[in-house]
Design a protein around this ligand. Sequence first.
Ligand SMILES: Nc1ncnc2c1ncn2[C@@H]1O[C@H](COP(=O)(O)OP(=O)(O)O)[C@@H](O)[C@H]1O
Ligand SMILES: [Mg+2]
Length: 238
Amino acid sequence: MAILEAKNLTVAYYGDIHILKDVSFCAREGRVTAVIGPNGAGKSTLLKALYGLLKPISGSIRLRGEEITECKVHEFIRMGIAYVPQLRSIFPELTVKENLELGTWIFKTDKARVRDAIEGVFERFPMLAQKQGDPAGLLSGGQQKILEIGRSLLTGPSICLLDEPTATLAPRIAAQIYATLEDLKSEKITIVMVDQRVRQAFDIADYIYVLELGQNKADGTRQDFVGRLTETIKGWLD
Ligand SMILES: Nc1ncnc2c1ncn2[C@@H]1O[C@H](COP(=O)(O)OP(=O)(O)O)[C@@H](O)[C@H]1O
Ligand SMILES: [Mg+2]
């Protein structure tokens, strides 16, 4: 079933420079949907639009069939959408625990909920519990990404948008992140991920969208791409 759907999105950062042109996208409930494409294709822009950070010039975004295009970011969060941006978004001087506390801002007056949410993240990622008093900037790149993923889960999302969660990480660490995403999927959390590791994306995703030059180029299941993957990604860096 469609849970998060974008129809004919046209998005610009400035004026009439359209970065996304008539892009359509659908994430199915409980599935992993990957967005792939070469650098500059508009993948991050699509995720920002799906999180309400950028308002489309035209087109619509629906959550479980309900129009949410004009909702504010905090409303997207309250409706169960979480986002892990591509670039580092932790506060390096703050401790791991303080970074998590910041992730609870939408319900920060509910102290019991804040405590339970952070406990939940510590249970899921014991490494973060061990390092909770350390400045987050001292964590390794992979640990920082886990902190960001943990922080995104504090609000109990039903959909998690992840922008290149394994970029710049060593293969072994990337494998841990993919395993975490599999866990989230088994908990029925809908995953939308942008991935530059095209082959890994094909391994984990139930459905794949290919963007190029701000437009839909292709989409389908892994099966649909059998025999035409090489052609699809010709000319990109893997
Ligand atoms: N904040 C911004 N302001 C203006 N243009 C931007 C901004 N972010 C990205 N762009 C432009 O939008 C296009 C798509 O970028 P992006 O969505 O980051 O691509 P991808 O994630 O696929 O590499 C690029 O041409 C990029 O230069
Ligand atoms: Mg990007």
